[in-house]
Design a protein around this ligand. Structure first.
Ligand SMILES: NCCCC(=O)O
Length: 405
């Protein structure tokens, strides 16, 4: 599902030395490169083994929201939304931001209680979300059957945007500010000595550096291991499909998501829909071949909430990888045993929507500045211990968010 040509910065050589080497040219690496270069950090080098956004950032459309259950993710989402809205001015690119809102469909009293608590937390942090009755949910999204939901949570300032133009926008702006970007340039080794970084190696040569930032998404565990750093990230295939033109064309709807099943749908251009589901049967792995079996649980789920879409056609599909952590929260921090090995990964499906704020946070971590929030709870060390248990929040108190996709 190629939609646009990616910016390419084909590698013919790498510099002998860089102040900072960012590994990974997806949305997180691109945002960090931009924020560091904009702040005047010299010698920022981003290495991408393929083309920009070749991993999961190549998703056609990405939801952006501040509706989360815990303050940390709410604040990251809210801060990022401000940046997505202003992206045309800074860094300066059209990312197709559409503030259509997010509508979480709720099926029972337990879900409603969870979202009432979440909305109260969000409102306390300035996010204008609210619980809406079934008839208002159906008015916002006419596919929803008001007799089949108990309520919904709606935030009008959420929406979606286009990830690949966002990656390109960040990279072009980073280069304008002096950063270097090399694509088709895999990192094959990270040299360390006595707990300090020495260099990264590539097929085009060795780059001496004192700082590495791992933004390798689903491949971060392997990149971390090159430096002896444990990053508990697991690849998990996620799939979406486009309906193509519908007759009649769909109304303009919020990003609509059934909380219980994760089935979701929203507009794709003027005349189609994008459909998605986090299939709980999916086994971990790097496979990214598209297959259609997820459509069966998707159709079953929408039949329960929005039966008008139960037979909607699903045309072209796309498969990408979530970079899942055991508690579905990101990993952001500095490795305790390898100085200046920083990481921003494990976004568990929320990398695009969190990328602008993450760029700021990692910039501030690098510069030793006071960040806009304490990233301590996101340190990978929360999973240190004998077992890396699925569903464990570890011992730091980082609270898993309620939304499981
Ligand atoms: N990965 C995006 C799915 C929708 C969401 O979590 O908001």
């Amino acid at each position: 599902m190629e939609r646009s040509t990616a910016t390419d910065f084909a590698t013919v050589s790498v510099p002998d030395r860089a102040e900072v080497v960012i590994i990974g040219g997806g949305i997180i690496g691109a945002s960090i490169a931009f924020h560091l270069a904009e702040a005047g950090v010299p010698g920022v080098l981003l290495l991408e083994r393929d083309r920009p956004a070749a991993g999961s950032s190549g998703k056609p459309i990405g939801g952006v929201r501040a509706q989360f259950s815990d303050p940390l993710n709410i604040r990251i989402g809210r801060r990022s939304l401000e940046a997505w809205r202003a992206f045309a001015a800074r860094p300066g690119a059209d990312i197709g931001f559409a503030g259509v809102g997010y509508l979480f469909l709720l099926g029972d009293a337990t879900e409603l209680a969870l979202f009432e608590e979440g909305v109260a937390t969000q409102n306390g942090l300035g996010v204008p979300s609210r619980i809406v009755r079934p008839d208002e949910a159906a008015a916002l999204c006419p596919y929803v059957d008001p007799d089949r939901v108990i309520a919904a949570a709606y935030c009008p300032t959420d929406g979606y945007a286009l990830p690949e133009p966002a990656v390109r926008g960040y990279l072009h702006a980073a280069v304008r500010h002096g950063a270097a970007v090399r694509t088709h340039c895999p990192v094959t080794a990270v040299d360390t000595s006595g707990g300090a970084l020495g260099a990264v190696r590539t097929p085009y040569g060795t780059v001496r550096t004192g700082t590495v930032i791992c933004c390798a998404g689903a491949w971060s565990r392997e990149v971390g291991a090159m430096a002896g750093v444990r990053l508990p990230v697991t690849p998990l295939r996620r799939q979406i499909a486009l309906t193509g033109p519908l007759d009649p064309p769909p109304p303009r709807i919020p990003f609509t998501l059934d909380f219980a099943s994760t089935a979701n749908f929203h507009n794709d251009g003027a005349d189609g829909l994008l459909l998605g589901l986090s299939d709980p049967r999916q086994e971990p792995g790097f496979g990214r071949d598209y297959s259609r079996e997820w459509l069966e649980p998707f159709r079953a789920a929408v039949a329960r909430r929005a039966p008008a879409l139960a037979t909607v056609p699903a045309g072209h599909g796309w498969a990408g990888l979530y970079e899942a952590t055991p508690d579905n929260n990101a990993l952001i921090g500095e490795a305790p045993d390898v100085r200046r090995f920083l990481y921003a990964t494990g976004f568990s499906g929320h990398g695009f929507l969190q990328a602008p704020a993450v760029g700021e946070l990692v910039r501030d971590l690098y510069l030793g500045r006071e960040p806009f929030l304490d990233i301590g709870p996101l340190a990978a060390s929360r999973f240190d211990g004998p077992a890396e248990e699925e569903g464990s929040a570890g011992h730091t108190g980082a609270r898993p968010e309620a939304h499981i996709i």
